[in-house]
Design a protein around this ligand. Structure first.
Ligand SMILES: Cc1cc2nc3c(=O)[nH]c(=O)nc-3n(C[C@H](O)[C@H](O)[C@H](O)COP(=O)(O)OP(=O)(O)OC[C@H]3O[C@@H](n4cnc5c(N)ncnc54)[C@H](O)[C@@H]3O)c2cc1C
Length: 261
C-alpha cells in the first residue's frame, strides 16, 4: 500500500473523514490554487480565523469571575501551609497551583518534584496583511510540509520543526524556507508584515502531562501538548477543572501521569 493510501486508511480508522479530490475539485473549493495535482480534503475540519483574538475573548470572559496577576514565576517551593511562588519582586502563597507554562514548565515541574523530559519543537510563522487572504481554509503543500492559513485580514504561513531549546536565537533560514514555500504557491507575495518563532511544548512519547504532581495534588500539571495544544485545550481544561474540584476525571488518565518516565 502506498504511504498516502496508508495514511488515509489510518485516518478513516480513527473516524476522520477525508476525500481525495482532483485538480477540478480542488479549484472549486480553492479558486486561488490552480494547476495542482489534487488534494486530500477533510470535509469536517474546522479552523480558527484568529487564535489570538479567541484567547483574548476567553480571558475577558474568565476575568468576570477571577483576578489576574501577570508575573514570571522563577521558584516554586512547598511549605507546611501551601506553596510559595516567587519571581522578581513578587511572592504569592497558594493552596493549589496549576502548572501550565507550556514549553517553560520543565524547571517548575522539577521544583514540584517531577522530572519530566519536556523539550520544545520550535516552529516559525510569517504573516502577510491582506483584505482577502487568498484561501478559504488552511492548506498544506504536502511536499514542503507547512501550512498556509487564512486569518482575519491576513494570510499566515506556519510550520517547520526545530529542536533548538528555549534560549537559542531564531534560525533565519527557516523563515526563508517558509517564505520560499509560500511564494511557490502564491508567487506575487511580497515581504511578510511580521514573523515570529513559537515553542511547541513536546514530550518524547507525544502525550501531554496532565494530573497531580507525584508529591501531591497541590500541584496539577497541564503541559506538553506539542503540535496540538490549541486543539486539546478544551478537553485538558475540563480534566483540570475536575482535578482541582477533587472529582475523578471521566477518562483514564494513567497515560498522562508525570511519573511515567
Ligand atoms: C508553528 C506552530 C504551529 C502550530 N499550529 C497548531 C495548530 O494548528 N493547532 C494546535 O492545536 N496547536 C498548534 N500549535 C501548538 C500550540 O501552539 C501549543 O501546543 C500551545 O500553544 C501550547 O499551549 P500552552 O498553553 O501549554 O503553552 P503556551 O501557549 O506556550 O502558554 C504558556 C504560558 O505560560 C506562560 N509562562 C511561561 N513560563 C512562565 C513562568 N515561569 N511564569 C509565569 N508564566 C509563564 C507564558 O507566558 C504563556 O502565557 C502550533 C505551534 C507552532 C509553534
Amino acid at each position: 500500500m502506498k504511504s498516502v493510501e496508508r495514511d488515509l486508511a489510518f485516518r478513516h480508522a480513527l473516524g476522520v473523514e477525508v476525500e481525495l479530490i482532483d485538480d477540478r475539485g480542488l479549484s472549486q473549493l480553492e479558486p486561488g490554487l490552480q494547476g495542482m495535482a489534487g488534494a486530500a480534503w477533510f470535509p469536517n475540519a474546522v479552523f480558527l480565523s484568529d487564535p489570538g483574538a479567541m484567547v483574548q475573548r476567553l480571558a475577558q470572559a474568565a476575568l468576570q469571575y477571577a483576578g489576574l496577576l501577570t508575573a514570571r514565576v522563577d521558584r516554586l517551593t512547598r511549605q507546611f501551609d501551601g506553596l510559595l511562588l516567587e519571581g522578581e519582586e513578587f511572592k504569592l502563597h497558594a493552596k493549589q497551583v496549576v502548572l501550565a507554562a507550556g514549553a517553560h514548565s520543565r524547571a517548575l515541574a522539577k521544583m514540584a518534584g517531577d522530572a519530566v523530559p519536556l523539550d520544545t519543537e520550535r516552529g516559525y510563522h510569517l504573516e502577510f496583511d491582506m483584505d482577502r487572504p487568498l484561501l478559504n481554509r488552511p492548506c498544506c503543500p504536502t511536499a514542503r510540509g507547512f501550512y498556509l492559513c487564512p486569518m482575519t485580514g491576513r494570510l499566515r504561513v506556519a510550520g517547520t520543526v526545530e529542536l533548538g531549546g528555549l534560549t537559542a536565537p531564531p534560525s533565519g533560514h527557516r523563515l526563508e524556507r517558509l517564505l520560499d514555500g509560500a511564494r511557490s504557491v502564491f508567487p506575487h507575495l511580497g515581504e511578510p508584515d511580521r514573523t515570529w518563532m513559537g515553542f511547541r511544548p513536546s514530550i518524547p512519547d507525544s502525550l501531554p502531562v496532565i494530573g497531580a504532581s507525584k508529591a501531591g495534588g497541590d500541584v496539577i500539571h497541564a503541559f506538553g501538548h506539542g503540535h496540538i495544544g490549541l486543539t486539546l485545550a478544551p478537553v485538558t481544561a475540563q480534566i483540570v477543572t475536575d482535578l482541582v474540584r477533587g472529582r475523578a476525571p471521566s477518562r483514564d488518565m494513567s497515560a498522562f501521569r508525570a511519573d511515567r518516565f
